[in-house]
Design a protein around this ligand. Structure first.
Ligand code: NDP
Length: 335
C-alpha cells in the first residue's frame, strides 16, 4: 500500500522533500471490528487549501507531522460492513493519500450516482471546485446578463468554470493566467471574451483598463495581492467581489498589504468571502444544473493528470508555481 506522509510543518513554498512516499504490504480485508468500508483509491485531487493544513497554526485543523496526507478524492468500495454501502459503490470526499484505505464513517462521503461522465470529474467540475465555482458565482456574485466579469487564475480548477458559467449568463468575461498555453485555452476553449497574461503586464491597472474600459461589475478573486489592488481601482458602482481564495499569499508568511480598499466605500462595492463546504448540503441542486451542461457540451473541463501516488507531491506543490494546466488530478488506479 503506497502512501504519502506529511513530514513536518512548512513555512514558505512547500517542497517535494516535505513529503515522504512509503510503501508497505497490507491484507486487503476490513478489520474484524470495523463498521466502515475498505476503499480502493482511484483519483486524488490537488487543491490549494491543502497548503493551509501544512502550517503549524492554521485556523482549524492541520496535518500532523509524520501522518498521512489527506484531501479530496474518488474511491471504489472493495468491502463494506456499513449498511448504506456495498462492494462496487463509488464515492467522493475526503480521503487519505494512500492506495487502499479503511474509512470508518463513509456516510461523510458522497455516493457517486452518475457514471456517464469521467470519474475524475468528481475531484473537479462535479466535486469541491465545481461547487465553489457554481455557488461562488451565482450566490455570492449575484450576476446579471451583460455585466462585466473578471476572473483571476482563470484556467484553473475553479476559474475555468466561473468563466464558462459567466458566459452562459450572458456576461462579458475577462480572465487572467500566467502562461501563453493557459491564455490560449481561455480564449479558444473556454470562450473568454478577453484575456491577459499577468506575468507579461507591467501595469495590471492598465491591463484591466484596456480590457474593461467601462469598469468591472464582478471580480471572482482567486489570487489576491497586486491583482486585487488593481481590480479595486476598476470596480464599477455596486460591484461585487467574491473572495474565493488568494493563492499569491499562501506561501508568504505575512500577507502583502492591499492599498485600495477605500474604493469599496466610494464605489459601494460588496466584498464577500465564502467556503465550498457551506454549500455541500446543496449538492443535489448543483448536480441538476451542472450535469446537463456537461452532457450537452455547454461546459468543457480541462484536467491535468499525473499517474501514480509517487507523483502526487510534485503535482501538489506545482499549484503554487502554476505548473498545472487545468484541474490537477493524481490518477491512482483506473480499475
Ligand atoms: P488552480 O487550478 O487555479 O491552480 C492554482 C493556480 O493558481 C496555478 O495554476 C497558478 O496559475 C495560480 N497561481 C499560483 N501562484 C500564483 C500567484 N503567486 N499569483 C497569481 N496566480 C498564482 O487552483 P483552484 O482552481 O483549485 O483554486 C483557485 C483559487 O480558489 C485558490 O485561491 C483556492 O485557494 C481557491 N479555492 C477556494 C475554495 C473555497 O472554498 N473558498 C475552494 C477551492 C478553491 P497561473 O499560471 O495562472 O498563475
Amino acid at each position: 500500500n503506497k502512501q504519502v506522509i506529511f513530514r513536518d510543518f512548512v513555512s514558505g513554498f512547500p517542497q517535494e522533500s516535505d513529503f515522504i512516499v512509503s510503501s508497505s504490504s497490507i491484507r486487503l480485508k476490513l478489520p474484524e471490528a470495523s463498521n466502515g468500508v475498505l476503499l480502493k483509491t482511484l483519483y486524488l485531487s490537488c487543491d490549494p487549501f491543502m497548503r493551509f493544513l501544512m502550517e503549524s497554526r492554521p485556523p482549524a485543523t492541520s496535518y500532523s507531522p509524520g501522518s498521512l496526507l489527506f484531501g479530496f478524492g474518488v474511491a471504489r468500495v472493495l468491502e463494506s460492513a456499513h449498511s448504506n454501502f456495498k462492494e462496487g459503490d463509488l464515492l467522493w470526499g475526503m480521503l487519505k493519500w494512500e492506495e487502499y484505505s479503511v474509512v470508518e464513517e463513509p456516510e461523510k462521503l458522497f455516493k457517486i450516482q452518475h457514471t456517464d461522465v469521467p470519474l475524475s470529474y468528481y475531484t473537479g467540475i462535479l466535486g469541491m471546485p465545481g461547487i465553489t465555482a457554481y455557488f461562488g458565482f451565482h450566490d455570492i456574485c449575484s450576476p446579471k446578463k451583460g455585466e462585466y466579469v473578471f476572473v483571476s487564475a482563470a484556467s484553473g480548477a475553479v476559474g475555468q468554470l466561473v468563466g464558462q458559467l459567466a458566459k452562459l449568463m450572458g456576461c462579458y468575461v475577462v480572465g487572467s493566467a500566467g502562461s501563453r498555453e493557459k491564455i490560449e485555452l481561455l480564449k479558444n476553449k473556454f470562450g473568454f471574451d478577453e484575456v491577459f497574461n499577468y506575468k507579461e503586464e507591467r501595469d495590471l491597472n492598465a491591463a484591466l483598463k484596456r480590457c474593461f474600459p467601462e469598469g468591472i461589475d464582478i471580480y471572482f478573486e482567486n489570487v489576491g495581492g497586486k491583482t486585487l489592488d488593481a481590480v479595486l481601482l476598476n470596480m464599477r458602482p455596486h460591484g461585487r467581489i467574491a473572495v474565493c481564495g488568494m493563492i499569491s499569499q499562501y506561501n508568504l508568511g505575512q500577507s502583502e498589504g492591499v492599498h485600495n480598499l477605500l474604493r469599496l466605500m466610494t464605489q459601494r462595492v460588496r466584498m464577500e468571502g465564502f467556503r465550498a463546504p457551506d454549500y455541500f448540503h446543496r449538492y443535489a441542486e448543483f448536480l441538476e444544473a451542472m450535469l446537463p451542461y456537461i452532457r450537452e457540451g455547454k461546459i468543457t473541463y480541462v484536467e491535468d493528470t499525473v499517474h501514480g501516488l509517487e507523483r502526487g507531491p510534485a503535482a501538489l506543490i506545482g499549484l503554487f508555481s502554476g505548473r498545472n494546466v487545468g484541474k490537477q488530478v493524481v490518477a491512482i488506479s483506473t480499475e
